[in-house]
Design a protein around this ligand. Sequence first.
Ligand code: ZN
Length: 330
Amino acid sequence: MEARFASPQPYSSFDDFGKAFPEQGNIGFEISTDNFQSQTSEISMDVESDTRSFPIFAQGFLNSPLMEKETKRDKENYSKQCLKFCRRISNVLLKYILRDEGIANEIFKLNAGVLKNFATALSLPAPSTYELIKIQIETLQRLWGKFRDHLAFSKNKKISIVQQEYWDLIFSKEASIKHLREDIKTLSGLWRTNEGRQLLQEDTVNELLARMMYCSSKMLVMYLILEDPSEKNSFSEGLEKMENFILLGLYPGFFKYYNHKSGKFALECCGKCKVCCSKLLPPNFLIELNSARRGLSFVISKLSEMSAWYGSKPFELVVCLMEFAYNQFA
Ligand SMILES: [Zn+2]
C-alpha cells in the first residue's frame, strides 16, 4: 500500500508539453490521441506566450498544482468552491447567451446554418435563422436552468456540495446529451411555429441538436472562463481551485476522485480519506491525472492561439472553435 501513496512526480503543465501525449484512459478521458498528435504538430510550442492573451493568466492561473508549496491554505476547507464556481458559470452563461453579439451569438448562427441544411435535406420548410437561434437559446436555458436551480439555495435548502449527477448534467457527454434530447423533445411540443415544431420533432434533428448544444455549451464554458468577457473581468475573483474545476469540466470522469474539502485529487490529497482510499481508483490514476493536465494545457493553448489569430473575426473564430469542440468534446 505504501507505494500507492508515493509522492507524485513533480508535474509542470508546460515544461514537458509536446513531448508526451495522453493515452486514452478509463476516466472519461475524451481527448483522442489522434487529434492530439495531428493538431499538436501545427501549434506553437511556445505555450506561455500563446496563453498570455487570456486575462486569466495575468492572475497566475494554471500554476502547476503539484508545484504548490505546502502552505496554511492546504489545511483550509474548499468544500464550497465548486458550488461557487457552478453558480457563477451558470449565471454568466445564462446571461451571455442572450446577447445579440459575441461568441455565443456567432456559434448559434453557425449552428443555424447547419440546421437549415438539415431541414432542406429532410425536405422540410426551414425556420428562419432568428428562430433557429431562439431554439438553441431556449434549449440551453432548459439545461442550464435545471443546473442553476439545483444549485440555488433558495430552491434547494440542503445543498452543500455539488453532486456528480449535476456536474454531469453539463459536463458529461452521455448525461448532458441525454438531458438535451429530453429538453428538445419537450420544446418540440411547445414550439410556436409549425416549421420549428416539425423540424424539432424529427429524431435525427433532435440527436444533431442535442450534440451541437452539448459541444457549444462546453466550448462556451471554456471561452467564458478563459476570455472573461464580463465587464469587470471578474469571473475568477474570489474563486479558488479553479484550475481543478476546468479540468473536471473537460474530464468529468475525474469528479469522483476529487476531494472537495481539500481541493485536491486522490493520492495528491492525504492518502487517508475516502477519496484517496477509494476502491474504484484505477492503479494508474496519477498517470491519467497528469495526462488530463496535459490535455487541459493543450486545449487552453489551442484556444488561446485561435483567439489571438481570429480575435477580430468572430465568424472565422467560431468556425475554428466549433471544429475544435466537435473534434475534442464529441
Ligand atoms: Zn485524501
